[in-house]
Design a protein around this ligand. Sequence first.
Ligand SMILES: [Zn+2]
Length: 83
Amino acid sequence: MSDRREKHDPAEQDILHEVNAHVHEAARRFEGTGPERDRWEFTCECGAPDCRVPVSLTLAEYEALGAAGRPVLAPGHSKVDAL
Ligand SMILES: [Zn+2]
């Protein structure tokens, strides 16, 4: 019940990151060891409190982002810097 929204919410980013991790895990189980050509619906991790933009990525694309330490972002979104 706050009348002022924080510009960024690290907890929110953590939650979204976890949601995406679960999507990834489920997708992995579904695809098994087969070729990764399907797109899965991840969620933008920019950290804006009201952002729930779906981002379609293949598992390979998602894993590449993770390996680079980069968040999942919708086109035109940039991560709110929590640091
Ligand atoms: Zn976003």
